[in-house]
Design a protein around this ligand. Structure first.
Ligand SMILES: C[S@@+](CC[C@H](N)C(=O)[O-])C[C@H]1O[C@@H](n2cnc3c(N)ncnc32)[C@H](O)[C@@H]1O
Length: 500
């Protein structure tokens, strides 16, 4: 029998050795797995857990069979393969010059569909995957890798594959489809643990493109960050990273630029000089507004507290930058920063702007101050100046969802609907908990007469608004509080034939 403390140790060891995160609701499942493994290896729980924690065992491979999610299919998020063919490969070939091999890694390849989709793209571009490009695919699960090497798939695995590619690269054998030999031999499969800093796999500057899709979403925050650091190190400057469509680098890494083409998102490793500049950027955040999953105010009092906390954060920021610069006479008292939020809340934007401009110069480059400045500029009808401020902010913080949302508002104000939609989409992608771009997308779709899209966006906004961070509502809510925004959203949803 295993007790709670053993299951907790098991969970800790799994996070440490495999990178995987399991919340409390899955402790019962972990208990079952632990008991099965103990019965199989014939060890006591204590000895087994000691070996697992110290790494003196081949258990991670066996555990991967039990614990990992291997869901995958050919041409999953096909837009990313179009971006690979039409943007990424041409850019990398230009950067490297002909004659040099491009190196592509499929990290967490499961049963091979992702790596083989890459190989099919290369064959279709008439690139020789044995000479021009090398594709390595790794996974921790040996059973998945065996299936990958076999190259035999059900029709379900090809559900998103364009029919002409199925005809060209597969032939039927009974109910299964067999992958063409030329494609199969273009991928090398290896067992590797992405939670380990394997020097051979992560050689600095050795890779041009990494697909690491739908892997970090199962990792602990620490392990995801460590893996992304290794990927950043192994990618050449200018190299590319594809994540799953529900995954972002926001909050994980500052070594990449966001790219948005073909209706999809991916990342490009900064050039060395940019990465170094970002690391010593004088305007790095001193304090941050809370993340989207910050405390939910349950009452009007809590709402006031959160606003108070936002005041404190900007006050702290002003104080920190003031002490860093040696105080001089004439700087605004900290009370002024609280006053800025008061003015924002009471929609006295011009006065708030004037006060904000009196903050010390060091604070002016802080992302939070820039965001506040851009918000006030939007509200006071200065979309061009607001966009300039957002541009400055995005130079410091590429993944700032708020900045993209404000640019969307500016684009709308200057008559560029398509630009507004695109920037809202980037904001919503970067921060899936951010309600305002969804609401804005709904309003834009309704105005364009697309009731279905409007309904979808309003429904999503309604869910997100209930959990939306309070200080972000204050910044971006356009003067409406949560209840007013919810009412607006419900009415808009009904108007488009939806049910709140
Ligand atoms: C959901 S699949 C993703 C497959 C493919 N990348 C895609 O997006 O379709 C996740 C894969 O990550 C692998 N994985 C999880 N933890 C791993 C680790 N620590 N090392 C290597 N692979 C791991 C799992 O075995 C599984 O095959």
């Amino acid at each position: 029998m295993t007790g709670r403390s053993e299951v907790e140790r098991f969970r800790g060891a799994i996070a440490h050795r495999l990178g995987l995160r399991f919340d409390d609701a899955r402790l019962g499942f972990l208990d079952e797995v632990l008991q099965r493994r103990l019965a199989w290896v014939g060890m006591s729980a204590d000895a087994y857990l000691r070996d697992l924690q110290s790494g003196a065992t081949a258990e991670p491979g066996a555990l991967a069979r039990e614990l990992t999610v291997g869901e995958t299919y050919f041409f999953r998020n096909n837009e990313q393969f179009r971006a690979l063919a039409e943007t990424v490969l041409p850019e990398r070939r230009r950067a490297k010059g002909s004659g040099e091999t491009l190196r592509i890694l499929s990290a967490g390849c499961a049963s091979g569909e992702e790596a083989y989709s890459i190989a099919i793209v290369l064959h279709d571009l008439a690139l020789d995957p044995t000479r021009d490009v090398a594709i390595l695919a790794v996974d921790l699960n040996p059973a998945a890798l065996e299936r990958a090497v076999r190259g035999r798939y059900s029709a379900w695995a090809l559900r998103e594959t364009p029919p002409e590619l199925t005809r060209k690269w597969f032939h039927a054998d009974g109910r299964d489809l067999i992958l063409d030999e030329a494609v199969r031999t273009s991928v090398r499969f290896e067992e590797a643990n992405l939670a380990c800093d394997d020097a051979a796999l992560w050689q600095p500057g050795s890779l041009d493109v990494v697909f690491c899709r739908n892997v970090i979403m199962y990792f602990t925050v620490e392990q995801a960050r460590a893996l992304l650091t290794r990927i950043g190190r192994a990618l050449q400057p200018g190299g590319f990273l594809f994540l799953g469509h529900a995954e972002t680098l926001r909050g994980f890494s500052e070594e990449f630029h966001l790219r948005h083409t073909h209706g999809t998102f991916y990342y490009q490793r900064k050039e060395n000089s940019e990465a170094a500049a970002a690391a010593v950027q004088p305007g790095r955040p001193v304090v941050r507004f809370p993340a989207a999953d910050g405390a939910l105010p349950g009452s009007a009092d809590a709402w006031v507290e959160v606003i108070g906390a936002a005041n404190d954060r900007v006050a702290a920021l002003a104080a920190a930058s003031r002490s860093a610069r040696q105080p001089a006479a004439g700087l605004p008292p900290p009370a002024d920063t609280a006053a800025i939020f008061d003015l924002l809340r009471t929609e006295r934007f011009t006065e708030a702007l004037a006060l904000l401009r009196r903050l010390p110069a060091a604070s002016a480059a802080d992302p939070d101050v820039l965001l506040l400045m851009a918000t006030l500029l939007v509200h006071s009808g200065q979309p061009h100046a607001a966009q300039d401020t957002c541009r400055q902010l995005l130079l410091v913080d590429d993944f700032n969802a708020g900045a993209y949302y404000l640019v969307a508002l500016c684009r709308e104000a200057t008559g560029d609907q398509a630009g507004a939609i695109e920037h809202d989409r980037v904001a919503a992608y970067l921060d899936t908990g951010f309600a305002m771009p969804r609401l804005h997308l709904g309003l834009l779709a309704r105005r364009a007469g697309d009731r279905n899209a409007a309904r979808r966006e309003f429904a999503q906004a309604l869910i997100l608004l209930q959990r939306e961070d309070a200080s972000r509502l204050l910044l971006f809510g356009g003067g409406f509080n949560r209840e007013a925004l919810l009412a607006l959203c419900e009415a808009a949803l009904r108007d488009c034939g939806g049910e709140p």
